[in-house]
Structures are given as structure tokens and as C-alpha cells.
Design a protein around this ligand. Structure first.
Ligand SMILES: C[S@@+](CC[C@H](N)C(=O)[O-])C[C@H]1O[C@@H](n2cnc3c(N)ncnc32)[C@H](O)[C@@H]1O
Length: 379
């Protein structure tokens, strides 16, 4: 198929539409999600009617307009147990991935196969079910006529959030002009180990795709925070109770940061509460990091999924929750991006999302070259 200047793209499991924001070079022909909150957020940012509210299992290829050169899918992470759940078109519904993949198979049968398919997921997909889930996806890609490879990309290389994620990329021949070298950015030890465990028939179609090394990130956590006077700090008693959860090691780190701040160097940490086993019993701990990064935004239910910010300024300590707008910045979203009104909904949307700068880097460094689109960005 001749690739138009702005090739078409479908976005499955689109959530708030963060993948699409990074795929600026593509024209979105279709997007779907199931969750009314996600649909509302997507429409608030992309316009009414821009996304179809549908279970992927309810879609057929006739619902998919035109011919997409690229299909992006971010299936739900809790769906990582995929192998053994494969069902035929008439079978019971299980595993949203397979509901999606049968659409790819339908498009291939109709000679509307996308040239490139991307699956984004948590790193756990490499090892879930003893690695069989990853192998099952690879096998499905090979059976549908694709070459495939995978990258581990951490959002921390582009934005101050630690967020390693798996990107499985399938592409149809020809693959002119894209290097197949077992080196490059994204080929982590975990990817190599998963590749080593592939059977020969599936690994024969493997391609060592990677990205150019990204430029050094020049923004750290403190740069994305709101001004101190615009945020709600925890009341003293709540702050004291929170800091009482620090382990001796983290308490020493905080004390060192407080001392450094006395010399005029403001120190910022991000932290989560986590349940740890100590002396045979469960104990809740606050774990802080002072490396200029936030921890991975999460979607787990309950208070422990909220991240805290602790600031040491001239020897004074203050703590608060990370705000939804700050979390949006950690995902690489612009400040005019419309968030759901409720904090819980906003944090769920963001925690489920894909970091926009990572999608952009993947698009420019691999997807566009795979499609034979010349590099475009100048500034
Ligand atoms: C990991 S999130 C992807 C978020 C998206 N990448 C973003 O940037 O916001 C997975 C999404 O799949 C949706 N989902 C789960 N099961 C689904 C199904 N059977 N059909 C359609 N969407 C589904 C969820 O509502 C959720 O928004």
C-alpha cells in the first residue's frame, strides 16, 4: 500500500487518548474504550464523537473505517494472563487482547492488514504465565504474517517519572531502511531474556528493533511541581503520621536532605506508602526517592496508590499529595489537557495511560521509519 502523507491509525483501548497525542504524524481514523469516564475524558480533549464506546469483543472489521497503516493497542494490564484463554470467534469472551487480535486477523483476511501494530503493556507481560503470554502474542503475530520485536522503554528517559513499559512492535515486509541490530535503546536484559526463551518458529520472525539513544532528560521532578503557595500541604499532625512510616534508612535519607537544604539547596522527594514484611510481620512504610524522579503513577484502588511529595526547604519539612495536574505533566501532557474533575478519576486515567513523549520517540525512531515515512521534526 502506498503510504499517504498522514497515514491512518486506529487506537484500541484508547483511555484518555494519550497514545494518539504522541502519534501526531498519523490521522486517527478510529478509537475505542469501554469506560464511560475514559470516554468523557477522550471527548473533552478530542471532541464529541471522536471515540467509540464499545467492548472490543463487540467490534467487527466493518466497524473500522478505511485502511490504517498503524494500529496501537494498550490492552488492560490485568489482562496479562493471556495464554490458554484464546477462544475462537464464537467462543466465550476472555482476554481483551484476543478480542482485539481477532480484529487484526479479520483485517488481514480482508486485505486491509495494518503495516505496523504496537501493543503497549506492563513489563510483567514478559514473564506472566512463565513467559507463555508473551510467546502466545508473538506466535499470533507470526501466524498473521508479521515480523516482530519488543522494546523496554522507561518514561524516565524523557519525563521525570520512573515508568518502564513494554512495547511489542509487529510489522509486515518490506522493512527497508530499519536496522535489525541486537543493540540500541530499548533492548534491555529483560527483553533479551524473553527473546532467548522463544521457540525457533517464533524467534525466526523476530527483529531486533530499537531506538536511537534519547538526548539527556533536562527536566526533573521539581521542575514540574506547582508553586508552593498554590498547593494544599498536609496539616502538621497528618504530616507527622506520614513521616512516622519512614524506615530507619529512609529517615536518614530525609534527614540528610533536610541538612543539605539548610545550606540553601531545596530538596524534593517523591514517595509511596508500601506494605513491607519486617521481622515476620506486615508493616506500612513511606519510601522516598531523591533522584529527581517520581515513582510510577499507579491505578491501584485505595489510598496507597497516591504519591506524596516531600520538600525540605531551609531545614523545614513539608509534605503533600502529588496533584492531578502534576501527574499529568509527568505523563508529558500539556497544561491545557482537560482532566476529569474528580481527583480519583483523574489519577486513574493518568495511571492507566502511556507517557506521551515515549510514544512520540517510538513513533519517530521506529514506527515512521518502518512505514517509510521520512523524519520530519526539525525544532
Ligand atoms: C491500560 S488502559 C489504556 C489507556 C490509554 N493508553 C491511555 O493512554 O489513556 C486500558 C484501557 O482499556 C479499556 N478496556 C478494558 N477492557 C476493554 C474492552 N474489553 N474493550 C474496550 N476497552 C477496554 C479500559 O477502560 C482502559 O481505558
Amino acid at each position: 500500500m502506498a503510504i499517504p502523507a498522514r497515514p491512518g491509525c486506529y487506537e484500541f483501548f484508547a483511555g484518555g487518548g494519550m497514545a494518539g497525542l504522541g502519534l501526531e504524524r498519523f490521522e486517527r481514523l478510529f478509537a475505542n474504550d469501554l469506560d464511560p469516564m475514559k470516554i468523557a475524558a477522550f471527548e473533552a480533549n478530542h471532541g464529541a464523537g471522536s471515540i467509540r464506546r464499545a467492548d472490543v469483543w463487540d467490534l467487527t472489521p466493518t466497524d473500522l473505517p478505511g485502511h490504517a497503516a498503524l494500529i496501537w493497542a494498550s490492552p488492560p494490564c490485568q489482562d496479562v494472563s493471556l495464554a490458554g484463554h484464546r477462544v475462537g470467534l464464537d467462543g466465550a469472551r476472555s482476554g481483551a487482547f484476543w478480542g482485539f487480535w481477532r480484529l487484526i486477523e479479520g483485517l488481514v483476511a480482508e486485505e486491509r492488514a495494518p503495516s505496523v501494530v504496537v501493543i503497549e503493556n506492563v513489563m510483567g507481560l514478559l514473564s506472566s504465565n512463565g513467559g507463555e503470554d508473551f510467546r502466545a502474542i508473538g506466535r499470533a503475530m507470526v501466524e498473521a504474517g508479521y515480523r516482530w520485536g519488543a522494546l523496554e522503554l522507561d518514561a524516565a528517559d524523557w519525563t521525570p517519572q520512573s515508568r518502564p513499559r513494554l512495547f511489542i512492535v509487529a510489522a509486515r515486509d518490506p522493512l527497508d531502511g530499519v536496522a535489525d541490530l541486537a543493540k540500541g535503546h530499548g533492548l534491555s536484559p529483560r527483553i533479551r531474556a524473553a527473546h532467548a526463551a522463544l521457540s525457533r518458529d517464533v524467534s525466526a520472525s523476530w527483529r531486533w528493533w530499537s531506538l536511537p539513544t534519547p538526548p539527556r532528560r533536562n527536566v526533573d521532578l521539581s521542575a514540574i511541581l506547582e508553586p508552593d503557595d498554590l498547593v494544599d500541604w498536609l496539616p502538621p499532625a497528618t504530616q507527622e503520621a506520614l513521616l512516622a512510616l519512614l524506615s530507619p534508612l529512609h529517615r536518614r535519607r530525609l534527614e540528610a536532605a533536610r541538612t543539605a537544604s539548610l545550606a540553601g539547596r531545596r530538596q524534593v522527594a517523591a514517595g509511596y506508602r508500601r506494605v513491607r514484611i519486617e521481622q515476620g510481620g506486615k508493616i506500612q512504610r513511606l519510601e522516598l526517592r531523591f533522584d529527581g524522579l517520581a515513582g510510577c503513577l499507579r491505578t491501584a484502588a485505595g489510598g496507597s496508590s497516591r504519591q506524596f511529595i516531600v520538600v525540605c526547604d531551609q531545614g523545614e519539612l513539608r509534605a503533600r499529595r502529588l496533584s492531578p495536574r502534576e501527574a499529568a505533566r509527568l505523563m508529558g501532557l500539556p497544561d491545557d489537557w482537560v482532566l476529569p474533575r474528580g481527583e480519583t478519576a483523574a489519577m486513574k486515567l493518568l495511571g492507566d495511560g502511556v507517557a506521551v513523549p515515549v510514544v512520540r520517540a517510538l513513533s519517530e525512531g521506529l514506527l515512521e521509519p518502518l512505514l517509510g515515512i521520512a523524519a520530519r521534526r526539525v525544532a
